[in-house]
Design a protein around this ligand. Sequence first.
Ligand code: PMV
Length: 327
Amino acid sequence: MSSATARAHANIALVKYWAKRDAELNLPAAGSLSVTLSGLSSVTNVTFGASDKDQLWVDGRAATGRAIERALAIVDRIRDRAGLVGEPVRIESRNDFPTSAGLASSASGMAALAVAAAGAAELQLSPTELSNLARLGSGSACRSIFGGYVEWQPGTRPDGSDSHAHQLHPSEHWDLRVVVAVVQDRPKAVDSSAGMAHTAETSPYLPTYVELVPPDLSEAKQAVQNRDLERLARVAERSSLRMHAATIAADPPLLYLTAESWQVIDAARQMRRRGVPVFFTADAGPNVKLFCEPEALGQVQGTVEALGCAKRTILARPGPGAELIDA
Ligand code: PMV
């Protein structure tokens, strides 16, 4: 029996990944940029040879179907490489934040799984190789291997070997703070993969979204490099809203944002108009994330809480990449 445990953190994209060029390998149609966050983490244990069949437990519940398929996409590669084919795996993952509510639990979970599975199989893999593996479980997971400010280059090879993330800047580069407005904490109805597929099949706006990613990406990289919040705010907000515009234009439409999400978005825009250094972003779920400079944190959190539409707020900041830990 061999076992290892890893921790990885959620990441929030500022330029969003919302289209695949290969659904099986999770190869993106364009690049993306994210911040890996402390404060939102998954701890995943992988044990080979402890059970008679493959098992996945998430927050104490047995997972089935798509979730286990995605996890095994990672584990099967590890088993192949380590000569462990036929060795059953038991995976136990716990999140310290709501699962499947647009808070990137799949990213942190799959990144932790890649690191723990490699550890349990005693394979020494580079961060780039781990990023490639994590991508097989969930595209955005490839970014959670790295800490701080991270870019995922789409790559061009059909086998995906050049589609992995890399760190642009460590977390200390820019001490942005994040207030997550949790307006809903139950799992979303349509997960990212299904939402992306439906948008690709039916939204006339998706090709335009994809076309606009490269200029958004280069502008966002410059803004992050220069710690220019005003400029990053404009890119990040438009990237998020364009992604939602594409999902809203799908047929039937896919609406991830609720009335409560829009209240938070509106509050962020009003604060920035008054000179508060803050901006919003929202993913495939109703919870809105507000990024701000540290000195504005109290005001941003207070304003969101005073709206009364958030069940609670979670505070986060740029954090570390995935790592093995003692169980
Ligand atoms: O990695 P997935 O399949 O969960 O997709 C993530 C998609 C978004 O969170 C909406 C955007 C992103 O770049 O993280």
